[in-house]
Write a protein that binds this ligand. Structure first.
Ligand SMILES: Cc1cc2nc3c(=O)[nH]c(=O)nc-3n(C[C@H](O)[C@H](O)[C@H](O)COP(=O)(O)OP(=O)(O)OC[C@H]3O[C@@H](n4cnc5c(N)ncnc54)[C@H](O)[C@@H]3O)c2cc1C
Length: 451
């Protein structure tokens, strides 16, 4: 690509001087910021959009995926996640995951790998997230996009943001990259994986939308008469494709009943885009919205029970499954998930399925065992005071395909927020913190660290 030199030789305002700077206010960033602030630290949460939640709100993605062991007998992702869910339930904005029957409409009728999902309302999420931040003393800044970083040797000193005023600078002692794409770690020069880690191929993206006016009784009749697989509506899709009425390169529907009378739709498919670029993100939005308009027509014409649906909204943020993630000194590999490995530095237990969306198809492997995630996957190489949490941690592609869903992202954020606080207290690199103390603190927050 042709380049043009950017020089910016002027002083910019130091907007904040803080203990911990969390960049990105999605599931991971929210949990990181609140949990760090509850440890008595000054925390700034910098988010480029105008609400918290990331994929959960602006991306309209839901439900929160599985939070239990593979049999659905025990909730294993707890801590901050359970607290948030309880607060959402109290606000009338979620349903208790332990009350969700396996294979019902809330899980899009999947009986394998989609146990105990949590349907939630995105507007309730926005409000509850801001309340939790306010109570903990988190300093939220909206409309700030990371632009560059300042570092001294192996320590970051601050992040420059593009803000309403122009360029601003935020100084901090510790940094947590929760941008989903590892934007901060990339700016800091940390080694990164992209996509499959070899060719750079990335999983297909999507754009969520929500509808109402579904006649659920008709869908239930079909489920009872024709079984779980029929809820993909593949024969109807094939008929519409043959008639030139279905320009989406995926032959299945994903209709998830939510808690507020709407249904979240995971149906669009946009392969071969790089969601970490401006052009890629634009392509997802443009193609996604075109696909949505075609899907609405298709649903009304071909799907019994959807004749009278109404489009409620389309996501305002692209649905990106995979871009960059840190390539730390330790990389979590698929075999550990298969074996249900227990790490000495466990920060989270989960059981989410491997679900890799490649091209037009994918590989879906429900877990048969719970597995643990080690603290080391939060540590980028080369920067002592930076952690990564959420979708951009150090792992191979199959692991990412499992732990990218929201419940693990909340859990990873909770661990990162606590770890950053400990690094300040112990005046050491993130890699050198007392991990036993981290585990004690997570346990005291009701996180589950044992299978
Ligand atoms: C099509 C699709 C379907 C999915 N289905 C489900 C599902 O059913 N259930 C489930 O639990 N999960 C699902 N997921 C996965 C899940 O939604 C995400 O992987 C998860 O939310 C990632 O959380 P995060 O906090 O790491 O990142 P995000 O949710 O992406 O949050 C990142 C935040 O950082 C902000 N940000 C990004 N860059 C910058 C920057 N440079 N400066 C400042 N702010 C920045 C963003 O605006 C955003 O708010 C799905 C994902 C996709 C794409």
């Amino acid at each position: 690509m042709e380049t043009c030199r950017f020089t910016f030789d002027r002083d910019v305002p130091v907007l904040r001087d803080t203990d911990i700077l969390v960049v990105g206010g999605g599931p991971a960033g929210l949990a990181a910021a609140v949990c760090a602030a509850r440890r008595g630290k000054k925390v700034v949460l910098a988010e480029r959009l105008m609400c918290l939640g990331g994929t959960a709100t602006s991306g309209l993605v839901g439900p929160f995926m599985t939070c239990t062991d593979p049999d659905g007998t025990k909730m294993i992702i707890k801590g901050f996640y359970a607290e948030l869910v309880n607060r959402l339930i109290a606000a009338g904005g979620a349903i208790d995951p332990m009350s969700i029957a396996n294979g019902d409409a809330y899980s899009s009728w999947h009986s394998k790998g989609h146990r105990n999902v949590t349907p939630f309302n995105s507007e309730a999420f926005k409000t509850v997230a801001e309340e939790m931040c306010e109570e903990a003393g988190v300093d939220i800044l909206y409309g700030v996009q990371s632009l560059d970083i300042k570092k001294n040797g192996s320590r970051m000193e601050g992040v420059f943001f593009l803000a309403k005023e122009g360029v601003v600078y935020i100084k901090a002692k510790q940094f947590i990259d929760c941008t989903g794409d590892g934007d901060v770690a990339t700016l800091a020069g940390c080694p990164m994986f992209k996509g499959d880690g070899q060719t750079g191929e990335m999983q297909a993206a999507g754009l969520f939308f929500s509808i109402d006016g579904v006649d659920e009784s008709k869908l239930l009749e079909r489920r009872a008469a024709q079984g779980e697989m029929s809820m993909r509506f593949t024969p109807e899709i094939e008929t519409a494709m043959a008639a030139g009425e279905y320009p989406i390169p995926r032959k299945r529907l994903g209709l998830y009943k939510s808690c507020d009378g709407t249904w979240r739709c995971n149906i669009t498919r946009i392969p071969d885009v790089d969601g970490s670029t401006t052009e890629g993100q634009t392509a997802i939005m443009l193609t996604g919205r075109k696909q949505i308009m075609a899907i609405i027509k298709f649903l009304r014409k071909y799907v019994r029970g959807c004749e009278n649906i109404r489009l409620v909204e389309t996501a305002t943020m692209p649905g990106i499954r995979e871009t960059r993630r840190i390539h730390g000194d330790f990389v979590l590999r698929e075999q550990s998930l298969i074996d249900g490995e227990v790490f000495p530095d466990t920060i989270l237990v989960c059981s989410n399925s491997r679900d890799t969306h490649i091209g037009l198809g994918g590989i879906y492997i429900p877990s048969t065992t719970s597995y643990t995630l080690p603290y080391r996957i939060l540590l980028p190489h080369g920067i002592d005071n930076l952690l990564a949490a959420g979708r951009n941690v150090s792992c191979d592609r199959p692991v990412l395909s499992a732990i990218r869903v929201m419940p693990p992202c909340f859990g990873l954020g909770e661990a990162a927020g606590n770890a950053a606080a400990i690094a300040i207290e112990q005046n050491c690199a993130c890699a050198d913190i007392d991990v036993k103390l981290l585990q004690q603190r997570l346990t005291s927050e009701n996180a589950c660290l044992e299978k």
